[in-house]
Design a protein around this ligand. Structure first.
Ligand SMILES: [Zn+2]
Length: 305
C-alpha cells in the first residue's frame, strides 16, 4: 500500500517535473535544455567550427554551464539559448595583405589573388628597385566589412608608387657628383651666365654659373658639408666655400652677407649667406661653382638641370 502510494507520488513528480539541464550564461540563468551532449555538439558544429570564406576561427564569449535538475516547466528553450550564445560569439576573419618591405599596402580576399599581385609586381620591379621585398601577409580582423581590393587595383596603385620611387632614385642619381648629392638649388632665379660662357666682364671663360636674384635673397647650401671659407676673396667678393668630402667643394660668390663661420657644419638647405653684388659683379646675383680637387665642373649637370 505504501509502495503504491510512493509510486503514485513519483509518477506525479515525473509528470509535473521534467528532468532537464538548467543553463547559465555569464552567471545568468537563461533557461532549460533537454540534452546537454546534443546541445554542446550543436554549439561546436554551428558556431565554433563554422566554416566560410575568410573565417579563421570563432570564439565563444559566453560559455554555458549546466546543472541537472527537475523543473516544473512546459517546455525547454534550446533555440533561444543557442541564439544568445551565437550572437555573442566573435568571429575572426583571415584576409591577405600585399606588403612592401614589411609595410602592408592593400588587402585582398584570397591568398591566391594576393600572391598573383606580388608575382606581377616582382616581375616588373625586382631589378629596378634595389632591396624591394614584396610579400603576402595574413591579416586577422573581426570586422567582416574590412575593405578589400582586386588584384588589378593593387598592381595599379603599387605601380604608381614604385614608378614615383624610381623617378626619385633617378633624380638623386642625376643630381649626384662624385658621391655628393646636390639636393637643393642655392637660390631660385634667372640663370644669367652659364658655365663656359665668354663674356666681356672676364678674360677667361665662366667657371661657374650666375643666378640673378634680389639682393638679400637667402643662399642655401646645395649639399651638406663643412664651411672651409667665409670672407672676402678678390673678384668673388664675399665668398662661402663648403667642403662636401670626396674632394668636392661648392663656391657661393658676390654675397652681401655671410652667415656662417669656418669650421661650421651645414646640411643641405641651410642658409649660409645672402645674395649681393660684391667683388667683380655688375648686379645682384649668386656665382655658384662646383669643384672637384680644385677644378671647376659644370654645376648645371647636377643643379639647375
Ligand atoms: Zn659667375
Amino acid at each position: 500500500m505504501l509502495l503504491i502510494a510512493f509510486a503514485i507520488v513519483v509518477t506525479i513528480i515525473l509528470i509535473k517535473f521534467k528532468p532537464v539541464y538548467q543553463v547559465t550564461l555569464d552567471g545568468v540563468q537563461v533557461g532549460y535544455i533537454q540534452n546537454k551532449e546534443n546541445f554542446e555538439k550543436l554549439i561546436q558544429e554551428e558556431i565554433v567550427e563554422q566554416e566560410g570564406e575568410n573565417i579563421a576561427f570563432t570564439d565563444l564569449t559566453k560559455t554555458p554551464s549546466y546543472e541537472f535538475t527537475l523543473a516544473d516547466i512546459d517546455q525547454t528553450n534550446e533555440s533561444e539559448i543557442f541564439s544568445q550564445i551565437q550572437e555573442s560569439a566573435v568571429t575572426t576573419y583571415r584576409l591577405y595583405a600585399v606588403a612592401v618591405n614589411n609595410e602592408q599596402k592593400e588587402i585582398l580576399n584570397s591568398q591566391e589573388e594576393a600572391q598573383n599581385a606580388v608575382e606581377n609586381l616582382e616581375q616588373e620591379y625586382a631589378d629596378k628597385i634595389e632591396g624591394l621585398n614584396i610579400t603576402v601577409q595574413e591579416v586577422f580582423t573581426q570586422d567582416m566589412n574590412t575593405p578589400t581590393v582586386e588584384v588589378a587595383s593593387v598592381v595599379t596603385s603599387l605601380e604608381k608608387e614604385f614608378d614615383e620611387q624610381i623617378a626619385i632614385q633617378e633624380e638623386i642619381k642625376a643630381s649626384t657628383f662624385n658621391g655628393i648629392y646636390f639636393s637643393v638649388k642655392p637660390v631660385t632665379g634667372t640663370i644669367t651666365s652659364r658655365f663656359g660662357a665668354n663674356e666681356s666682364i672676364r678674360d677667361h671663360t665662366h667657371k661657374g654659373m650666375d643666378i640673378a636674384a634680389p639682393g638679400g635673397t637667402p643662399i642655401k647650401a646645395s649639399a651638406g658639408g663643412e664651411i672651409t671659407y667665409s670672407g672676402w676673396m678678390g673678384g668673388y667678393g664675399n665668398l662661402v666655400i663648403i667642403d662636401h668630402g670626396n674632394g668636392v667643394q661648392t663656391y657661393y660668390g658676390h654675397c652681401s652677407k655671410l652667415y656662417v663661420d669656418v669650421g661650421e657644419q651645414v646640411t643641405a638647405g641651410d642658409t649660409i649667406a645672402a645674395v649681393g653684388t660684391t667683388g667683380n659683379s655688375t648686379g645682384n646675383h649668386l656665382h655658384f661653382e662646383i669643384r672637384k680637387n680644385g677644378t671647376q665642373v659644370n654645376p648645371q649637370k647636377y643643379v639647375y638641370r
